[in-house]
Design a protein around this ligand. Structure first.
Ligand SMILES: Cc1ncc(COP(=O)(O)OP(=O)(O)O)c(N)n1
Ligand SMILES: Cc1ncsc1CCOP(=O)(O)O
Ligand SMILES: [Mg+2]
Length: 499
């Protein structure tokens, strides 16, 4: 099944998308957000009403709707917002009301979008409270910077930058261009969504600019078939997101000084919705990840399991390994290859009894814990943090290469290094004796792949894969479907032997 198939399946099943959630907005990889529809009802084809188009766009996979109907009275807008919510809410998409916080609150919408002429963001935040999304249109990098410097951006969840390309929606308005978009991303303290003349074929360009997502008006509003139009965009965005991840992964994979295991860790913070999760996993495996761990905190079991099942499927198609963090029950239920356990999880001795053949990884922060993990029957240890990390709150002092090497020297099971690792920090890591690196942000939250030196912890090598190459790789599992079982079994044998 290709990504297109996955997307279709997801919409058909309507599998709990997240839309845009405040907690998962910051720091995700380029194009990690699902596409946003910005409405303009006068553009609808004569045989369709606005609600038909919204319903079609949701079926086609968009994750949020900005209701932008400036000529409506407050009462009319409230009525429309309530009808739109009846479509977005059951599908897990977000509804954002343009320019009118009072209507947004009254309707129970998910957010408010502001232009430069609207109330100041801080005032609107005080009206809508902390839980709702709040976005602001910008038109230049300078505006992004000014809002950052004035502190106004502090209450915002995103900027909407446009118009990137020329568009019939803004006749006569020159395109701001991709360079201005990139520069806005660089100067912005919040994720930037690109808007203006964006069509499915342009998604890779937007991904390379580092934008968090795309917003679409005319390509969906004017389409004879809004479902197909939205699906073309959502699929193309997912593939482009996979391309960016593949580039970041390849960059880290190639920067090590030996061919160690590359172990990616991903969760809702990096991949907010299920289709993005699948696309990012494809990108990561395509770029060279050997193992992906699903790491979710405070997620209801049903959602966690669904996401685990998605990753199980992707790993099998690529013939790679899949591990679940913390939860052996979910690992077993999803048919994962193993579980990773920390100090707060079931003890590894108990896990081993429950799952004699599963791969059991154990977190260690020092030598004594490493020796205890071996005695408890661990297959590998995750040792760290090696460097300070922003991905987890930790009291433990970073091990550095010396501390890592002391652990590697003392135990016979494989050591996977974790914490603050990226392409710029891999030199000499193989010499410590560790067998691989486990990485979150440099693979899945990185701006490194888009060449923004000052947004990552260190400057990493630029993206080495173009999005079209990653397209091919995303589609590659199809060709191998017939032999998937043997490939998976062989890969599991090889990787288990490695581990
Ligand atoms: C490979 C790997 N190593 C270490 C960890 C950290 O696990 P833990 O200490 O349980 O912390 P959480 O990740 O659960 O917050 C890991 N996940 N993977
Ligand atoms: C979960 C965890 N445990 C120790 S460091 C760490 C986070 C690693 O993330 P990153 O690669 O972004 O530093
Ligand atoms: Mg844990």
């Amino acid at each position: 099944m290709s990504l297109d198939g996955l997307w279709t399946g997801r919409s058909a099943l309507n599998m709990g998308r997240y839309g845009l959630f405040r907690r998962s907005l910051r720091g995700a990889a380029p194009l990690a957000w699902p596409p946003v529809l910005v409405t303009h009802r006068r553009l609808c084809p004569s045989d369709k009403g606005l609600l038909d188009v919204i319903a079609g766009a949701i079926e086609g996979g968009i994750g949020a709707v900005i209701l932008r109907e400036k000529d409506l009275t407050g009462k009319e807008l409230l009525d429309l917002a309530q009808r739109a919510l009846a479509l977005t809410r059951p599908a897990g998409a977000s509804l954002i009301v343009n320019g009118n916080p009072a209507v947004a609150v009254a309707a129970g919408a998910d957010g408010v979008h502001l232009g430069a002429e609207d109330l100041p963001p801080a005032k609107v935040r005080s009206i809508i409270g902390p839980g709702m999304l709040l976005g602001r249109s910008i038109h230049s990098p300078e505006e992004a910077q000014a809002l950052a410097e004035s502190g106004e951006a502090a209450v915002l969840d995103y900027f909407l930058f446009g118009n990137v390309f020329e568009t019939a929606c803004k006749p006569g308005k020159a395109a701001a261009g991709l360079d201005a978009l990139s520069e806005s991303v660089r100067r912005s303290p919040v994720p930037v969504i690109a808007i203006g003349g964006i069509t499915a074929d342009k998604a890779p360009l937007i991904g390379q600019s580092g934008a968090a997502g795309v917003a679409i008006m005319s390509a969906i509003m004017t389409a004879a078939d809004p479902v197909a139009a939205a699906r073309a965009i959502t699929v193309s965005v997912a593939k482009a997101a996979a391309g960016v991840v593949a580039g970041a992964v390849a960059s880290v994979a190639e920067s090590g000084d030996d061919s160690g295991i590359l172990y990616g860790i991903i969760g809702r913070e990096q991949a907010p919705d299920e289709a993005t999760l699948a696309a990012m996993a494809d990108g990561a495996y395509a770029g060279g990840c050997d193992i992906i761990q699903l790491r979710e905190k405070n997620m209801p079991t049903g959602e966690f399991l669904r996401r685990a099942q998605i990753l199980r499927e992707r790993a099998s198609r690529w013939g790679k390994l899949f591990i679940v963090n913390d939860r052996i029950d979910i690992a077993l239920a999803a048919g994962a290859d193993g579980v990773h356990l920390g100090a707060e999880d079931l003890p590894p001795e108990v896990a081993r009894q429950m799952w004699p053949k599963g791969i059991i990884g154990v977190t260690v922060r020092n030598l004594a814990q490493a020796q205890a993990a071996v005695a408890a029957g661990a297959d590998y240890v995750g040792a760290g943090p090696v460097y300070p990390t922003t991905s987890k709150k930790l009291d433990a002092q970073p091990l550095g290469f010396a501390g890592l090497q002391a652990i590697c020297d003392a135990i016979d099971i494989p050591v996977v290094a974790i914490g603050g690792l990226n392409a710029g920090r891999m030199d000499g890591i193989g010499k410590t004796g560790c067998r691989g690196v486990a990485v979150i942000s440099a693979l899945f939250q990185s701006s490194d792949a888009t060449g923004h030196p000052d947004r990552g912890q260190d400057h990493a090598a630029p993206c080495r894969l173009t999005a079209p190459q990653a397209h091919e790789m995303s589609d590659r599992p199809d060709a191998r479907e017939a032999s998937v079982r043997s490939v998976v079994e062989e890969a599991a044998r090889r990787l288990k032997a490695l581990l």
